[in-house]
Write a protein that binds this ligand. Structure first.
Ligand code: ADP
Ligand code: MG
Length: 462
């Protein structure tokens, strides 16, 4: 069932060829279960863990039914945060390459509204939006939703957690009654049931079993005393030496405390929690995703939906009382080919929750002895890269190739010494191999990029 080809569905040749180019050979389980219903035009509630391919599931539905010859906005995707909206829009653009000239725009807060208004005047086939900013456009009369045929609520549980229920209700009421509504969620709590009853017509439901294959994730539990918790996290990092680790805490306060303890011990760690503003959050995520930061310390809500491909380890700093949340947490590692490592710290008080997890996953937990954790040779755990922030972005017409060119052609570095390049509106981030960082900084700040000189600084101590 999990190896169905996309060609088993009534997709056009162009869509199938494009999927081939993207390297999507078979459907993921949520796509295999969901897409036939989506293509039929049914309303659908789909539940599956992060990273299971939900975006392409609704994205292919949208692309399949889109009429590019019509300039009206035909599909609307609501996402809880700007960065999820950007991720979804990018995936939709990749899928829509099959169709040629498709206009997909994002309407999110945290950026000026005027350019969005201008952009809307030229029409958009698909809008990906956060509820707050879309409400602004509805109030101003700058968006026309009367042609919507497919409405997608992505990460619906998180959207409701964030207090967007009333906004979503209003937005739905502005969309035509005759439409298809697709709701995607990692969990299926009561408020989702309530929302779906209100927004959907006889929805079909699909759910992909969330228990992982033990051969993909090595899962170890450590029993510790509460006062050893944070120190043991440091020991785990020194022992296993993962390049990228996501450490889950149950509270914001603990997130902060742990990242401070790790920083003071010379690790590069950043905290991700609800108190960060959009820009701070973006800075943190970029540095983690480009391997300039070894450990991201996060609460469950803050980490939801992040699409981070290279995660060597997940550490549960405390055991969560909800076994389903535990399964989501550890499912972040061990995706695709790579084998993942999931490490959980458990105090005597939390033992009952560990027992619940054992029951839920139907496999005995493996307990390891924290006394056997040793700092492996090789000194402190440094991330391979460091992030350079250049004070110029899309507004200056900078493109990734300009920065790469300045570093390779002009400064003489090899492309494999340069990591991810992210161009934002006003600034750009370039990941540099630590070994070349100082020299690259000197050459880049004294030279020209696209004929201009830009100010720049490192995002962390070098
Ligand atoms: P979710 O929304 O369920 O968290 P995403 O839609 O972000 O997951 O997908 C996770 C990753 O899997 C993305 O990088 C996407 O490009 C990739 N992906 C999705 N569908 C397929 C497929 N059928 N084959 C290969 N890769 C896929
Ligand atoms: Mg998603």
């Amino acid at each position: 069932m999990t190896t169905l080809p996309f060609s088993s569905l009534p997709f056009s040749r162009a869509i199938l060829d494009n999927l081939d180019n993207l390297g999507y050979q078979t459907m993921t389980p949520i796509q295999a279960q969901g897409l036939p219903l989506i293509v039929e035009g049914r309303d659908l509630i789909a539940q599956a863990k992060t990273g299971s391919g939900k975006t392409a599931a609704f994205g292919l539905g949208i692309v399949h039914s889109l009429n590019v010859a019509l300039s009206a906005t035909q599909s609307l995707v609501l996402c809880p945060t700007r960065e999820l909206a950007e991720q979804v829009a990018n995936e939709l653009r990749r899928l829509a390459r099959a169709l040629g000239n498709t206009k997909i725009i994002t309407l999110c807060g945290g950026t000026p509204i005027r350019p969005q208004v201008e952009s809307l005047k030229f029409g958009a086939h698909v809008i990906v939006a956060t509820p707050g900013r879309l409400m602004d456009h509805i109030d101003r009369g700058t968006v026309d939703l009367s042609g919507i045929r497919t409405l997608v609520l992505d990460e619906a549980d998180r959207m409701l957690d964030m207090g967007f229920y009333d906004d979503v209700t209003h937005i739905v009421s502005v969309c035509p009654d005759k439409r298809q509504t697709l709701l995607f969620s990692a969990t299926y709590a009561d408020d989702i049931r309530k929302a779906s009853a209100r927004f959907m017509k006889k929805p079909a439901e699909v759910k992909v079993e969330s228990v992982h294959n033990a051969s993909q994730i090595e899962q170890l539990f450590y029993e510790i005393e509460p006062d050893r918790r944070l120190a043991t996290v440091a020991l785990l990092l020194e022992h296993f030496r993962p390049v990228s680790t996501l450490a889950f805490c149950n509270t914001k306060a603990q997130c902060r405390e742990l990242s401070e303890v790790l920083e003071s011990r010379g690790f590069s760690a950043l905290a991700l929690h609800g108190d960060l503003d959009q820009r701070e959050r973006e800075d943190v995520l970029i540095q983690f995703a480009n391997q300039s930061c070894s450990v991201l310390v996060a609460t469950d809500v803050a980490a939801r939906g992040l699409d981070i491909q290279t995660l060597d380890a997940v550490i549960n700093v405390d055991v969560t009382p909800d076994p389903e949340v535990h399964i989501h947490r550890i499912g972040r590692t061990g995706r695709s080919e790579a084998k993942g490592l999931a490490l959980s710290l458990c105090t005597p008080d939390e033992m009952r929750w560990a027992n619940q997890i054992e029951k839920y996953q139907g496999q005995p937990l493996i307990w390891a002895n924290p006394k056997n954790l040793k700092s492996a040779a090789g000194g402190s755990l440094n991330p391979p890269m460091i992030t350079l922030c250049v004070q110029g972005g899309k507004k200056d017409k900078l493109r990734p190739g300009d920065l790469l060119g300045a570093l390779t052609k002009d400064a003489g570095f090899s492309a494999d010494q340069i990591g991810k390049i992210n161009i934002l509106e006003f600034v750009s981030f370039v990941a540099l191999n630590r070994q070349i960082a100082k020299e690259a900084f000197a050459k880049l700040s004294n030279g020209n990029i696209k004929g201009k000189r830009f100010r720049m600084r490192f995002m962390s101590d070098i």
